[in-house]
Write a protein that binds this ligand. Structure first.
Ligand SMILES: NC(=O)c1ccc[n+]([C@@H]2O[C@H](COP(=O)([O-])OP(=O)(O)OC[C@H]3O[C@@H](n4cnc5c(N)ncnc54)[C@H](OP(=O)(O)O)[C@@H]3O)[C@@H](O)[C@H]2O)c1
Length: 246
């Protein structure tokens, strides 16, 4: 029961890597509040669930109120909500741009603002960004820029919350096997091709499991007690400028 007595909020905790973190926390004895856009009909045994759109400031305020009511003080806020579209620049619309920034960047910024007051000294925030934040990946313009903004927000939060003894770090996954691979609105065959490309371009020649990302998140959250402002890649070397043997 390595997380016994710990309390955590996980945004985007209903599937994918967020759910892996929720399950690991619950298995370790933590109390967890997890969000998704619509949790009706979902059951994650032992977890508190809340429907909450990360792009809605009203929903973020409600999330803070429910977190305070159900959990009181927090040891971890995992700001994990995010999505990408595969949109070449010529097909991008203001609507795609706005929604991408509203969910990924604005949502993360204001969720951290509204929830950080509940985090106790010694607790931490972990943001999910992406290997895309520091790369040029065709079709991922707004997403990559929004995740780069999240990386920047995390640095500022690390500075602003340090005096309260709260650490703030970032996990940057590469291609990771989740129901969406982080991408919405594409047919199954496009998603399969996306995944295949990931396996080809990643130096370790495979994608990550959600357990591998969750391990990094939990390390940053509970074990890396002198680490703040850091960005931990879980990308199989994809973002690390490796040159493989010929
Ligand atoms: N998978 C990858 O290869 C990959 C790579 C790099 C980075 N990432 C990042 O890692 C994070 C998790 O990705 P994932 O692949 O695990 O995603 P996922 O399987 O699609 O899960 C996303 C989670 O966020 C929730 N969600 C989505 N939009 C939301 C919104 N507007 N408001 C509230 N909740 C929302 C989803 O629940 P509902 O659907 O019920 O809303 C779900 O719980 C994201 O930030 C993503 O950008 C993923």
């Amino acid at each position: 029961m390595r997380f016994s007595g710990k309390k955590a909020v996980v945004t985007g905790g209903t599937h994918g890597m967020g759910l892996a973190v929720v399950r690991a926390l619950l298995d370790g004895g933590a109390e967890v509040l997890a969000t998704g856009r619509d949790v009706s009909g979902l059951d994650i045994p032992g977890a508190h669930l809340l429907s909450s759109d990360a792009a809605s400031l009203t929903d973020i305020d409600s999330l803070a109120a429910v977190a305070e009511d159900k959990l009181g003080t927090l040891d971890l806020v995992f700001l994990n909500v995010g999505f990408a579209t595969l949109t070449p620049y010529a097909e991008a619309t203001p609507e795609i741009y706005d929604r991408t920034f509203d969910v990924n960047a604005k949502g993360a910024y204001f969720t951290a603002q509204r929830l950080s007051g509940l985090v106790r000294p010694g607790g931490s925030l972990v943001f999910t960004t992406s290997v895309a934040a520091g790369a040029g990946i065709a079709g991922m313009g707004p997403y990559s820029a929004a995740k780069a903004a999240v990386r920047s927000f995390a640095l500022t939060y690390a500075a602003e919350l340090a005096p309260r003894g709260i650490r703030v770090n970032v996990v940057s996954p590469g291609y990771t096997d989740t129901p969406t691979m982080g991408v919405t609105g594409v047919p199954d065959e496009v998603l399969a091709a996306f995944k295949e490309t990931g396996d080809e371009v990643t130096p370790l020649k495979r994608h990550a499991t959600v357990a591998e990302v969750a391990a990094a998140v939990l390390f940053l959250a509970f074990e890396a007690t002198f680490t703040t402002g850091a960005d931990l890649p879980v990308d199989g070397g994809l973002g690390q400028r490796l040159t493989l043997p010929a």
